[in-house]
Write a protein that binds this ligand. Sequence first.
Ligand code: HEC
Ligand code: HEC
Length: 139
Amino acid sequence: MMTAPLARAVVAMLVAAMASSAVHVSAQTAPPQPAIAEGPTITVLTGLTVPQFETEMRHFVQALGVSCGGCHTRGNFASEDNPRKGVARRMIEMTKALNKKAFAAYVPAEGESTLGRVTCYTCHQGETTPKAAPAPPQF
Ligand code: HEC
Ligand code: HEC
């Protein structure tokens, strides 16, 4: 005859064993989920997987015609010392808002910017400062 505390301990062990075997089974059958990108300064580009986040950063590089160091401080991606990083964050918010308002139904294809139909490249076209106006007309 088990004492009540011993019975409770046995039940707890059984529950723990079942829970860990359930975790084991689901880890074998479910496809591996890529981790969500997290960092101390990731405040607006949220909810992306690590590969999606890295792709987005490479889109920024192409859109503005800069290197990673164009917006980041060498050796510290979490630094906020480069003022372009703060501007870029406001631009991400603006681009998200544009897409939400005007192109809500657009679903980006694999590898495209997750931001939507309007991307950084739509305006920047490989330059840090987008053209404001065409060259004056020649008469
Ligand atoms: C146009 C500017 C810009 C360029 C170019 C850029 N980034 Fe970023 N990066 C940002 C911004 C803005 C954030 C913060 C996003 C947020 O607030 O959600 C960020 C965040 C990051 C973070 C997360 C930092 C943390 O808090 O842990 C990493 C890592 C990173 N960038 C890597 C890169 C790499 C690698 C490249 C080059 C391939 C690159 N970035 C190019 C603007 C840029
Ligand atoms: C609707 C057009 C538009 C879109 C979309 C856009 N930008 Fe911009 N961006 C501008 C304009 C215009 C300027 C110049 C602002 C100025 O002259 O002060 C600018 C300036 C910047 C600058 C400052 C560059 C410098 O050195 O002065 C950064 C960084 C930047 N954008 C990043 C981005 C990123 C990253 C995205 C995508 C998430 C983006 N932009 C999307 C219009 C846009």
